[in-house]
Structure formats: C-alpha cells, structure tokens
Design a protein around this ligand. Structure first.
Ligand code: ZN
Length: 539
C-alpha cells in the first residue's frame, strides 16, 4: 500500500508540474475606493516566530533602500501552492514576508492575477486551495487575471469572499450592479509610514475570455479604466501610483506611455521575469509559480522623486517553510489523493492507449483526446501529438477517474487555438506521418478532419485527400486549429505553427487535462476508430 501511495503522489506531482516541453504549466468608503493607514512601525498581523530563517542579507544601514517605508513583494501567475522543480512554494514566500517584517520593514504582498486555475488541484478544488494558502501566507492585495474566470462568475465571487486580503479591480464589473465584481474596490489608497500610495487593478480583455466564462461579468477597456481612476488617485494626493495589472507586456508598456504618472506596474500574464522601464514607469513581472519573488522597495526622496529598488529573490530551499502556510498546503494535498480517485465519467469501450499503436495509427483514445481539444476550443480541427498521450496501455471499460485522465495526459499542457491556412494543416500532417512506418511521438491524432497516407511516398509528400468536416480541405482557406501549447512552441518538430496567428495562446488556454475531463464528465464515452487516418489502403 505504501508503494501505491508513493506512486500516487508522484503522479500528482507530475500532473501539477511543468508541462511537456518545459513550458510552465494556480470597498469601502468614498465612492468604492478604500483608504487605510498602515503604520510602518507596527506589524500587528505579522508575528515572526523562531522558524524564521535568515536566507536574506540584512541591508546595511547605509543602503539606499534601508529607509524605504514600503517593501512590495510581488507574485503573479501562481498555479501551485508547492514548489515546482524545487523552486517556489507559498510557505517559503510566507517566510520571506515574515522575515522582512522581523527586520523592521513593511512588506506588502501583492498578486497580479492568475492563480485560481489552472492546475490538477484546481480541477478538484476550483481554486479554494489557492485562497486558503494565500490567506495563510499573508497576501495583502490582489487583482484578477484571465484564469480567475475559468470556473464562471459564481465560483469567482465565492472565492473572492473567502479571501482575507483586499481586491483592487478597476475594470471588471458585475453587469447587475455596474460595480467591480465581488465587492472589490476600483482603487485603493494606503499610507505606509509617511508615504501615501494609490493602487488600481487592471485585467486584460483577452480573446480567451469567452462569453460562457464571463457570464454576467463586464470587462471595461483597461486604459479607459485607468483614465477614470488615475486622476482620482492624484486628486487624493497619492504620492506613489501603483498599477497592479494582468496585461500583456505590450499593453503594460502602452499603459505606461499613456499614464507616465504611474510609478510602478506590478504585472503578470507572461510567465517569465521582466524588469523594464517604459519612460519613467518601472514594469515588473516575477515569472510564474512563485519561483522568484520580486521585491520592490519604494521611497520618496526629499525632492519628491520616487525611488524604486528592484530585486528578484529566488524561492529556493534556503527559505524554510512557514509552518502555518505549510499546514494549509499539506491539508489540501492530503485531500487531493482521494478526490482523484472519484469517477468523473466512464468508458463504454476499451480505450487504446498503447504507445506503439498511438504513435503509428488512429486509435479511439487518440480520437477522444483530439475531440476534447476541438470541443474545448470550438475549432474546425484539432491535432495532438501522440507522444502527449501517455499510459501505454489499454484502459478497460468502466469508470474513468481523474487519476486515469491524468495518466492519459500527465503534463500541464494547455489548449491553444490558431488560425491557419489549409496548407499549413497539410504541412503539419506531412510532418506528423513523416517517420512512418516507424512509431513516433509526432504522429498526429486528429479531430474534425480525415486523410489518407501513402507511406511508400517520400516523407513530405505522403498526405492525400484531406477533408475538413464534410468538405475537401482548401489550402487557401483559413481554419481554426486546436493544438497543445507544446506544438505551438515547436515540440516534436512541429515548427510550422510558430509563425501562425494565435487566437488563444499559452497564457490563456485551458488545461488539456481539464478539456479531457469535460469531454467525459457525467457520461459514458465510446470513441471509435472511424477512418480519420487511413494508411496505405488501396483506393
Ligand atoms: Zn494570464
């Protein structure tokens, strides 16, 4: 039993970890604004204990940032409460915050969106585990990212209620009330020591945010919202203006260009660290999964100039786990195992996931996975590399648990949607079958299309008779194609997608595991081999 339990944990860790291919796949008074004073000298809520581990260097008294009344700690795009590849972990972040407080700083932990989804744990808990861990870690202020809408507005509002931190959301409204969703403040004013700081919160209006995810939520153009609230912050005599954003870097730059009075953009969405100036505005993004935390000390010089000291702090094992946060994280991990053993649907037929067959021919499991991507993306066609479908066995008919689905796709890949010409689809298919008769991970499992293969022909000239739906493929027509982000990034040699138009990109797409779960949820599936891929049949 021990061994089984160990295997189970390993599977969960893989599922929640980085995806195949290395891409990181968690109100108040005064017109709705919030005014509050935080005294730099007292840290009522923060009680550093003996567990505090001093991995950080203390600043010299003469250090230029030593006198800063505000130390922002930035997170964005956090999908895992635990470390990923040895880095990150919210219990370590909690230690960093407590340690800074113990040194007499005023740490202010901010989260720039994307954390309720997507991860294996989030498919089970719908983000509740993230709220609980971030509550324990002592998050102070958050805004919304595109993934906060993945479970619809009702779950989002419930999660916003569970949070013990403040929300600043300037451009996401509840259409019923015309006010920011979930009782969030459209702007926040806080005083740190003698420094008065104003915050706005902006979420991107992404193509990935479809109507069914948004429901009654109304997104205002972020620049328009900034044009409403930045002047209010100035009128309220904020000495520092901070935009907590979940926008693309290009949008953040445009925001800084339009509003040079924004001193600092604490941003998200991109999953790699960015530290850049646009004009006088500092733009900071701290990667993903809390692998690094951006520390930004802010102070106002006597001249009135605002100084910002930026540092990226890697969240390695040199930071001990803060015990309370670690306890919350561990409790959800313990619940995750049994949750994964609950059936989500069932299979009416054996599902053929034997690698040698998946990688050289159409199989019914390949069709199920490709159909799941096409349904999720509502695209014309879908293409999945057979190497992305794992397990290497025939799954017997009967209940399908989440664990079985994770075994089928144990990576954190997401579904991307592209807009491509028909001839690019043919190129992709040619690449996919180019190693036949050898079995290869690049072999395509497809949905929404059918074709024949002449494996005796030279590689690159083997595809015949491609049909999309009921019609012959038109090489000059544009089609929407759903693929794993792995292929968009050139995985398994699929280089032809990199230069195509991305409709829903890696930062916006839903998890493949989640798409697969939706495909089987609450029903009995019986996918068949139906001549989507006919190899060397005489015609
Ligand atoms: Zn995002």
């Amino acid at each position: 039993m021990r061994r089984i339990a160990f295997l189970v944990l390993a599977l969960v860790a893989v599922g929640a970890g980085p995806p195949e291919g290395g891409y990181s796949v968690g109100i108040g008074p005064r017109e709705g604004g919030r005014h509050e004073r935080i005294d730099g000298g007292h840290h009522g809520r923060i009680t550093p204990g003996p567990h505090v581990l001093h991995a950080q260097q203390h600043d010299d008294i003469g250090s230029p940032r030593a006198g800063a009344p505000l130390t922002i700690l930035q997170l964005n795009d956090v999908y895992s409460t635990l470390p990923v590849d040895g880095a990150g972990g919210l219990a370590r972040v909690a230690t960093l915050k407590r340690q800074l407080a113990a040194e007499g700083r005023t740490p202010f932990l901010m989260l720039a969106g994307d954390f309720l989804s997507s991860s294996v744990a989030s498919t089970v808990f719908q983000g509740e585990q993230m709220i609980a861990a971030l509550n324990a870690a002592g998050l102070d202020l958050a805004t919304l990212g595109n993934h906060e809408f993945d479970f619809g507005p009702d779950v989002l509002i419930q999660r916003m209620r569970e949070a013990r931190w403040e929300w600043v959301v300037s451009n996401v409204l509840d259409a019923r009330t015309g006010k920011p969703i979930g009782g969030a403040a459209p702007y926040v004013l806080k005083t740190f020591g003698t420094l008065k700081v104003g915050f706005i919160g902006l979420c991107l209006a992404s193509d990935g945010l479809t109507k069914d995810r948004l429901g009654r939520i109304r997104l205002i153009d972020p620049v328009e919202a900034a044009a409403t609230y930045v002047p209010i912050l100035k009128k309220e005599q904020a000495q520092v203006i901070v935009a907590l954003t979940h926008l693309s870097f290009a949008e953040d730059r445009a925001l800084a260009e339009r509003f040079p009075e924004i001193d600092l953009i604490v941003g998200g969405h991109e999953h790699f660290p960015i530290t850049a100036f646009e004009g006088r505005t500092l733009i900071s993004k701290s990667g993903s999964d809390a692998k690094v935390v951006a520390r930004i000390d802010v102070l106002r010089r006597e001249t009135g100039a605002i100084a910002r000291f930026h540092e990226l702090i890697p969240m390695t094992s040199s930071f001990a786990d803060e015990p309370e946060t670690a306890k919350v994280v561990a409790a959800y991990e313990a619940r995750l195992g049994p949750e994964l053993d609950k059936p989500v649907g069932s299979a009416g037929v054996p599902l053929v996931g034997v690698a040698s067959r998946l990688r050289a021919s159409e199989t019914n499991l390949g069709n199920l996975v490709a159909d799941a991507l096409r349904a999720e993306a509502r695209s014309d066609v879908a293409l999945v590399n057979a190497g992305g479908i794992r397990g290497d066995r025939v799954h017997p008919p009967g209940p399908l648990t989440r664990r079985a689905l994770i075994e089928i796709h144990p990576f954190g890949n997401v579904v991307c949607t592209l807009s491509v010409l028909g001839r690019v689809i043919v190129q992709a298919l040619e690449h996919g079958v180019s190693r036949l008769p050898a079995a290869a991970g690049q072999f395509p499992q497809v949905s929404g299309l059918s074709f024949q293969v002449d494996s005796a022909a030279p590689a690159g000239q083997r595809i015949r008779g491609v049909r999309v739906g009921d019609a012959a493929l038109d090489p000059a027509r544009t089609y929407t194609v759903a693929i794993p982000d792995f292929l968009l990034l050139g995985g398994d040699g699929y280089t032809m997608f990199a230069s195509e138009t991305v409709v829903v990109g890696p930062e916006d797409g839903p998890l493949m595991a989640l798409a697969l779960e939706k495909q089987v949820a609450g029903k009995e599936v019986a996918p068949r081999v139906e001549q989507r891929i006919v190899i060397d049949s005489p015609r």
